[in-house]
Design a protein around this ligand. Structure first.
Ligand code: ADP
Ligand code: MG
Length: 375
């Protein structure tokens, strides 16, 4: 496996001088601790954490803007301490709070300026500027001054600048923070498209939904440490939370004859207009409650049979609902059992009329791993 970014025991301790009661002392802030990251080429990797988790510190060390206290980091095959120039050539950065544009210049003039700084030859630069303006959707507005741009457009221009020298690795620190919903979505899509062209993207976010939606893999960072590192789907499976599967069903067309009993396939009690339970039973003078109880037990038995092979610890409850029954199955990964449940119910004479699945979200795992907020 070829990695675009690796870190070994990467650590940053800030030393802050504090003066209290005429005493000056140095306090240590352990911002990043013993970080081991493995980011493959072409991955869209998310570093997910709350404010103060250590995301920006990590990013700045990888971008050679901050020296690690200990440990190593290799970006695009280059060591951040020993080969910082090669690292910088390999990466495109989008960092927050960075005064990244000249507001009195147009977008095109900004890109021309930075492209010249990167040492891109003039002819190639003009072509590349057209390309990146197109990628970030600013071709039509390229000759307007940046001071008239919206926040979203400025951020897209910052992305254009980051990819101008066509680096294989993109490092984006909270690229969508502060953007409205539409601009954030647009930027996310652009980042995904860049990853699809083979670029490695490392982005940080405190937005769980963003991490879940766009990242192929996510590392959850908290208190400077990585708590988990995997695909969002796999991280969700770490949750102790359970899948909840709801299935509604009703009896297939009933074997009953008589006027008014079979309208549009749904049998009704002739006198009460209530849905039929099971004519064969009610005709035998079994009270309705007993018939419902009998149906409930039958459905429960069928569903248990369907799930028992792979999910012996599932809970199954069945309740009367409308014309039929609602089955609620709770258990780990029980959502995967839906096909088997549907087949068993159908074979048992029950038509499945609907289903709904709720799974633990990345948020559930995040909260379980990071604990309650201290704020
Ligand atoms: N320049 C600095 N000097 C001292 N402490 C810092 C500095 N930058 C960040 N920190 C501290 O390091 C920790 C991690 O911060 P940061 O990397 O900015 O986290 P994030 O980007 O996840 O919000 C925080 O406790 C923060 O207060
Ligand atoms: Mg930050």
């Amino acid at each position: 496996m070829e990695y675009a970014i690796t870190t070994e025991g990467l650590t940053k301790v800030y030393r802050v001088r504090q003066t209290t009661d005429r005493k000056t002392e140095t306090r240590e802030i352990k911002a990043v601790l013993d970080l081991n990251l493995r980011i493959c080429r072409g991955e869209l990797f998310g570093l997910l954490g709350v404010n103060g988790a250590g995301k920006t510190t990590t990013i700045r060390m990888l971008a050679t803007l901050l020296e690690p206290t200990s440990g190593t980091a290799v970006v695009n095959g280059f060591d951040v301490l020993k080969q910082p120039v090669d690292v910088r050539r390999s990466i495109g950065c989008l960092l927050p709070g960075e005064r990244s544009h000249y507001w009195k210049l147009t977008a095109r003039e900004n890109l021309r300026f930075f492209g010249t700084l990167y040492g891109i030859p003039p002819r190639a630069l003009e072509n590349r500027i057209e390309q990146v303006l197109d990628i970030v959707g600013l071709s039509q507005r390229a000759d307007e001054r940046v001071e008239n741009y919206s926040t979203g457009m400025r951020q897209r221009l910052a992305l254009a600048r980051a990819i101008l020298h066509d680096p294989p690795v993109l490092i984006l620190d909270e690229p969508t923070a502060g953007l409205d919903v539409h601009s954030a979505r647009m930027l996310r899509r652009m980042v995904q498209e860049l990853a699809a062209t083979g670029k490695t993207v490392l982005l940080t976010t405190h937005n769980l939904q963003e991490a879940e939606e766009v990242c192929t893999r996510v590392a959850i960072i908290h208190g400077g440490r990585i708590l988990a590192q995997d695909a969002p789907e796999a991280l969700r499976a770490l949750s102790t939370g359970l899948d909840v599967l709801e299935v509604t069903c009703e009896r297939y067309a009933l074997a009953v004859t008589g006027p008014g009993l079979k309208e549009e396939g749904k049998a009704k009690e002739p006198m009460t207009g209530r849905p039929a339970i099971d004519r064969r039973m009610t005709e035998n003078e079994i009270p309705e409650e007993a018939a419902i109880e009998s149906d409930r037990l039958q459905i429960e038995e069928l569903v248990r049979r369907a799930v028992e092979a792979r999910c012996s610890k599932c809970s199954v409850t069945v309740a009367r609902q409308d014309d039929g029954y609602k089955v609620v199955v709770k258990g780990r990964k029980v959502a995967d059992e839906f096909p088997s449940i549907a087949v068993t119910l159908t074979n048992g004479g029950w038509r499945v009329t609907g289903f709904n699945v709720s799974r633990p979200r990345l948020e559930d795992v995040f909260v379980e791993l990071t604990g309650p907020t201290s704020e």
